[in-house]
Structure formats: C-alpha cells, structure tokens
Design a binder for this molecule. Sequence first.
Ligand code: SAM
Length: 275
Amino acid sequence: MNYRHAFHAGNACDVAKHALLVDLLQALRGKDKPFRVLDTHAGLGSYVLASAEAERTGEWRQGIGRVADITEGPLADYAAMVRAAGFPDIYPGSPDLARALLRPQDRLVLSELHPEDHATLRARYSRDRQVAVHLRDAWEAVEALTPFPERRGLVLIDPPFEKPGEFERCAAALARLRHRFRAAIIACWYPIKHRAPVRAFHTALQDAVVPDCVTAELLLREPTDPTRLNGCGLLVANAPHGFTERAEAILAALLPRLAGGEAGAGAAITRITPE
Ligand code: SAM
C-alpha cells in the first residue's frame, strides 16, 4: 500500500467529493430517524496542511485553497465546515465531515487498512462513542458491516485507485450492496484520467442492472493525458430527493474556481441506470 492521502488532501477532486458528500449527509439529517455512515476507505480523518506531505505536492492550494472563503450559495455549508475544522491549518477528510454532521442518535463506522493511517484514525476517535474504527479491508468491511441496524444511512466507497482492478471491485461491491441493502445511499468516488475505464465502469453497472445510479462528474480539463488526474466523479446510488439538482449547482459553483479555464473543463450530472 503506497498511497497516502496526506499528499492529496484538499485537492480539487477531494473538494468535489466532500462538497457532494456534505449534501448527501445533510439530506439524511432531514428525518429524525437515526442513520449510520460507513466510510470504507477512511484515510486519516483530518489533514495538517503544513505537513511535509501536503507541502510536497501543494495540491490543496488549487483545491480547497480556492473554495474555503465561500460564504454564499451551494458551497456555503461545506466551506463553513472546512473553516470550522481549522482551515487553513487543517483540512477535514470524509470521516471528520461525517462526524460533524452526526446527531446524538447517529453512528459513524470507519475502515482503513494502512496500519499507520489506521493508528492515527483510531487515536483520533478513541474517546468518541459514536465512532467505530476498524483495521479492515474495505471490500470485506462492506460485506460484514452492512446492512445497518438503523436500516438507513450512507456507504462511502473511496479507494485510492493505485492498483488495477479498482473500478471492477467498485462495480461488484455496488451491485452486491444495492441488492443486499436497498435503503442505503451509496457514494463511490472515482478518478477521471481518461474516458475508457470510466465508460467501462458505467457499462458494468448497466450490465449488472444496478438500479438508480447517477454520476456527478467534474472535469478540470479534457481527459486526454492519462498520466494526470483530469477530473473525478461521484457515482451515487439511491440518491436522496433533489440531489441531482443540488449536485448540478454544487459543481457549477466549483467549476470556475477549480478548473482555471482549461480547455475541455466542465461538469455533468448523468443518469447511468433507471430507478
Ligand atoms: N475517504 C477519505 C477522505 O475522503 O477523506 C480518503 C481516502 S483515500 C482516497 C483512500 C484510503 O484507502 C487510503 O487511506 C488507503 O490507505 C486506504 N485503503 C487502500 N486500500 C484499502 C483497503 N483495501 N481497505 C481499506 N482501506 C484501504
């Protein structure tokens, strides 16, 4: 396991994922009934932007560095959460964002396989009775820890895509989970380096007849150079009411800040499979 999210935390694609995630979590808070969140690839929970790793790439400056000052419109809540978490010193990852949106009746379950990152994550939430941290393989965790006792909630699948086969593993996990836990909202992040693997991922979901999948994609530039992270997508299954309209507004607000006017930049919400 070579991937360390500390190098990339707060970059443009992290920001797109987290802004959409906050919207999904806020929708879950719309009902009083308890919910649970499972973050299968949790990372560190929170990131120090002055760390050697973050400084080495400086990626956050072209990401959250261009968004954190927003106080109005569809990004206002997310940006406010980032500031409340301690930006510009700290950038909150998906576990910290989810934790901030839990009510007393809600739970957060985290799995992280990297031993050092897991240890950091475990220490971070060791006194928090609403959060459970597992040293566990994500693909095993998603089977073992679902469906939730609460019967509602969100599963975030966010692999590093550092080794071949991640798109296939995501498609298989989505198909299984959708079948076993119909009520769950499932969000699966993916990189867009070039188009072909993304098309194959969507086709796999269509072939497996995984119902009610939409994608929210942000392209920073035309995805012609597959050595670069040219954009990203969040595939959402069983999206809450109104998500597609809100996601469109979120991506439209992110685009001018994150894409820097490069050719081929854009955003799109696409239905991949019918409800
Ligand atoms: N979800 C985090 C966030 O948004 O703040 C970022 C996660 S990062 C993209 C992916 C994480 O998955 C890394 O911390 C990596 O160590 C971990 N990881 C990689 N393979 C894994 C596996 N099979 N099971 C669990 N975690 C894994």
